[in-house]
Design a protein around this ligand. Structure first.
Ligand code: PPS
Length: 362
């Protein structure tokens, strides 16, 4: 393997080559800058990660920052909206309430995906571009649109990442609060399979069987999933890390909001928590559908044919929907993967029975 650089995090970067590269190129049309692997860990990223890796490692966190950290599709967006609303707008009256989530809670590692050559050039007239100009006057978006947006967020900043703990400076947990959300791997797999077909920056064109193989062999971007979880699980007793299961949020969101109220020191009343609960429910968030951009712009990031046929970002918002997607063989292979990598850590995933979405009664 071709070593191209050493990172400040201590990782060595290899470019994917030969059969592995050929296989990935066949199935992923969005990774137009190739893929790289980091060692130790075998972390897999789009080639453009190397442009931002050291900046991300050296990001200056503040003591009142809250980082929502997850592997893809574990419930990040739900948690982003909850945390931002609890900290900034528990009475639902903030002027930026309802604006695109990723401009209030920037996804700090987005930039490596934006360099995909299939994406249309950024529209300088879009609301997101104007938001950037306001917050980052004189800055060049090419140096990291979301990275600089994150730096410039008004305090208290809430930040989203899918990167693992080890790709940030070791001082992270002693500086800022981290909320780590994890979800049943089978639901994650099915949700990620939808995501990578929907988003142009990934444009997966392979089969589900092949995708399961990628998942099990740690060959998806942000893999290894199990190592990502392990790093956070090992820190679960750190006073600045709050570990949450998506299924617990579905089952008893009020209880999870109370725990967050304590962890975040937000001191919200029951009435305010009820407002947050209602505002961040799946149905309400799906109605707003404002993850990336204003509604009329967000389709720029998505494969329109796939979107029309299969729906958008807010897919099911349930636990157990994998049962309608994975066959017995695929399901058994994921069980074995869980048994091998996560059971030894003492992590058990709730039986993924079909649960109702978190519909509020108010
Ligand atoms: S991403 O793109 O990796 O940041 O995706 P992420 O936000 O982590 O996960 C998306 C899944 O979370 C579901 N979702 C929700 N579930 C319950 N309640 C609320 N409010 C909510 N908001 C988003 C979303 O539908 C994705 O799951 P699936 O299973 O695909 O529906």
């Amino acid at each position: 393997m071709n070593v191209i650089m050493a990172l400040l995090s201590g990782h060595e970067v290899n470019i994917l080559e030969g059969e592995e590269e050929k296989d990935q190129k066949e199935n992923w049309k969005g990774y137009t800058n190739g893929l790289v692997r980091l060692h130790p860990g075998r972390w897999l990223f789009p080639g453009s990660y190397t442009k931002f890796a050291n900046k991300l490692y050296e990001f200056r966190f503040k003591s009142n920052d809250v980082i929502v950290m997850t592997w893809p599709k574990c419930g990040t967006t739900w948690m982003q909206e909850i945390v931002w609303t609890m900290r900034n707008s528990p009475d639902l009256n903030h002027p930026r309430l309802g604006s695109p989530i990723n401009t209030r809670v920037p996804f700090i590692d987005t930039d490596m995906f934006l360099e995909c050559s299939l994406l249309p050039p950024a529209d300088p007239e879009s609301s997101t571009a104007k938001h950037f100009q306001r917050l980052c006057p004189g800055k060049d978006p090419a140096d990291g649109f979301f990275f600089q947006l994150t730096e410039a967020q008004p305090e208290p900043r809430t930040i989203k990442t899918h990167l693992p703990i080890s790709l940030f400076a070791p001082s992270l947990l002693d500086t800022a609060k981290v909320i780590y959300v994890v979800r049943n791997p089978k639901d994650v797999l099915v949700s990620y399979y939808h995501h990578v077909q929907l988003f142009i920056a990934m444009s997966y064109v392979g089969t589900l069987d092949k995708f399961v193989e990628y998942f099990l062999n740690d060959d998806l971007v942000y893999s290894p999933f199990w190592l990502h979880i392990k790093e956070a699980w090992e820190q679960k007793d750190h006073s600045n890390l709050h570990f949450v299961f998506y299924e617990d949020m579905l089952r008893d969101i009020k209880n999870e909001l109370k725990k967050l109220n304590k962890f975040l020191d937000t001191n919200l009343s029951d009435e305010q928590l009820e407002k947050v609960h209602h505002y961040t429910s799946f149905n309400e968030m799906k109605k707003r559908d404002n993850v990336f951009n204003e509604a009329h712009e967000s389709n720029d990031f998505m494969n329109s044919n796939y979107l029309e046929t299969n729906g958008g970002f807010y897919r099911k918002g349930k636990s157990g929907s994998w049962k309608t997607k994975l066959n017995e063989d695929q399901s058994q292979k994921v069980d074995e993967w869980i048994e091998k990598h996560l059971t030894p850590l003492g992590i058990t995933f709730k039986e993924a029975e079909e649960m109702e979405i978190n519909v509020t009664t108010s």
